[in-house]
Design a protein around this ligand. Structure first.
Ligand SMILES: [Zn+2]
Length: 349
């Protein structure tokens, strides 16, 4: 496990982006604002940290990597470098918004002047959490950039940023690596025999896969899947199963549900060798696929997508799980009364 020792270096699949940044720097044309996007778990923050260290270090090496020993690197490691500013939601506040006060502090008269004579790096993360006033205030900074200041906006959902901000930043999309490269990296960071399953559940994002392992999600998923299958066979009460699911966050559970139902539809499609997310559960999924009406399964998947897209922050997770499991049970007993429908009208999103 060497995950912590090379923190200020980019990851293998960042190579093209890192090289482009190095070339821009050598040519003296680094942008003033960089919008770093990509899905959760591909190492956007890691790449931005490597860039910040590289720009602030007094003696970066031939690959542009920070030396790790100079005074600048020491200050960065201690979290006290005056020319590295991190802006995010107020940790004291319940809200996860980035508010206008945080941006105003940046634009205050001397904040945008490098104190140690080199670059100044400002990291705004997660940039999509800026509220409209904060975004307006940032726009003024982007219109009048300071020399030798690099503003990095780290963002999972760039579509939530105003177009006026996006258009004033140079985009840098961090890709999902090819599966062999991702697996190679993952296997060097975990002893888990389930690396491939972890990676598929993380939609190919290696850092997310590693987090799933560290959070011990696989055994939780196995338990939830057993209930999901038993409910379909009519051997488990959906309401009782919902109570068992209730300790799991909706974001995680909905992701699993979408994966299972998508896999069932892939199996039902008749393709001889469908590429499954839940390859390790394929035997049980294959049995279930023969019992599921594809059209009803598709409608159920659309509902899952809608629940996920509409947000479930204020929803009671237990009611959500009850509604989803009652509807799920109903798919396998088309002749029976459909408690799922009644319940989904009463509680459902
Ligand atoms: Zn250094």
């Amino acid at each position: 496990m060497s995950a912590r020792t090379d923190r200020a270096a980019p990851l293998p699949w960042h190579a093209a982006g890192w090289e482009a940044l190095g070339q821009a720097r050598a040519a003296g044309c680094l942008p003033h604002a960089l919008l770093v996007t990509g899905p959760l778990g591909v190492g956007k923050r890691r790449l931005v940290a490597a860039l910040a260290h590289s720009l602030l270090c007094a003696h970066p090496d031939g690959h542009g990597l920070a030396c790790g020993h100079c005074r600048e690197c020491e200050l960065l490691a201690a979290g006290t470098h005056p020319d590295y500013l991190a802006v995010g939601p107020d940790p004291q506040s319940k809200s996860d918004e980035i508010k206008v006060d945080a941006i105003r502090r940046l634009t205050a008269s001397d904040a945008l002047t490098a104190h140690r004579g080199g670059y100044q790096v400002i990291v705004l993360d997660p940039a999509q959490n800026m509220n409209p006033n904060a975004a307006n205030s940032l726009l003024k900074t982007l219109e009048e950039p300071s020399p030798d200041t690099l503003l990095c906006l780290v963002c999972e959902q760039p579509e939530r940023l105003p177009a006026t901000i996006r258009s004033r930043c140079q985009g840098l999309r961090v890709p999902v690596p090819p599966e062999p490269q991702a697996l190679d990296w993952l296997r060097r960071h975990t002893d888990s025999a389930e690396a491939q399953t972890l990676l598929r559940l993380a939609h190919g994002a290696p850092l997310r896969a590693l987090a799933l392992e560290e959070e011990k999600r696989l055994p939780q998923r196995t338990r939830a899947f057993a209930g999901f299958v038993e409910v379909a066979h009519g051997r488990r009460d959906p309401v009782a199963e919902a109570a068992a699911w209730n300790e799991q966050e909706p974001a995680i559970l909905l992701d699993w549900l979408v994966g299972w139902v998508s896999d069932l539809l892939r199996l039902a499609s008749g393709h001889p060798a469908p590429r499954l997310i839940n390859q390790d559960q394929s035997e049980e999924l294959r049995r279930l696929a023969t019992l599921l009406d594809a059209r009803a399964g598709h409608q159920y998947l659309m509902r899952l997508f809608k629940v996920r897209a509409d947000g479930y922050g204020s929803l009671n997770a237990l009611l959500l799980y009850e509604s989803l499991l009652l509807q799920w049970a109903g798919l396998f007993r088309p002749g029976a009364p459909a408690p799922g429908k009644r319940t989904s009208r009463r509680h459902g999103p």
